[in-house]
Design a protein around this ligand. Sequence first.
Ligand code: NAD
Length: 251
Amino acid sequence: MGKLDGRVVLITGAARGQGEQEARLFAAEGARLVLADVLDEQGRAVADETGGRYVHLDVSREEDWAAAVALATDTYGRLDGLVNNAGILRFNELASTPLEEFLQVVQVNQVGAFLGMRSAIPALEAAGGGTIVNTASYVALTGMAGVTSYAASKAAILGMTRVAAMELAGKGIRVNAMCPGAIDTPMSNPGEGVTSEALDALYGKLVPLARIGRPEEVARLALFLTSEDSSYITGQPFVIDGGWLAGVSLF
Ligand code: NAD
């Protein structure tokens, strides 16, 4: 028995990184998947390997969302879960962040999560309830220099998660958020000569568990929040950061 047997789940940003690992784990646990991204070739390959359907979905575009949810209901007859995973990161100091860049990050991370939740509600309700997992960040809860636009968008995701959880509980829809620290994906590792070992050495100095996180570990949290294992949990942010937020160490 898989933890997601019979459930239909839409995962955004599923072409690589955390979304890809969520797709692989959810498929292994029996889910039927709609995988969405703007990286069509990579996304299609993950869909083929996991037996899912791929859809080109720019999460910032309302009309793309309607088509993605329709693909789930047309193909499988229902939608039980949404993982809002797609996101982008831009580094810039506040004083030199162009408005255009700020709005681009908000459009993908914040508006994308808003549109995703809003678009999925009717199908989740029609299925008798379901789950939404939003991907926020460690920087939704604490500061980090150089990421004004990203931190703003991720804090907004936590705000929306709480409101949505309250409004949707009566429809049987649970809404939670994940707050990853540093995770070894293309977002945190441009990959040009930077090995996972080098990242472990860097984060070994910052993080109590002394390494960078793996996307497979975030996928296991997403599975928990999408499955019945979390049946009495809604409206909460879940930190997955190797202890980074626990405090500072002098030793
Ligand atoms: P990633 O860059 O490997 O994956 C992000 C995916 O989102 C990519 O496949 C990308 O093509 C897709 N995407 C980007 N813009 C999109 C759009 N407009 N529409 C649809 N898809 C789009 O990074 P990741 O680490 O796997 O990131 C997954 C999520 O985790 C993101 O929301 C990110 O902000 C969050 N996060 C990552 C870290 C980290 O350290 N890697 C830490 C905290 C939170």
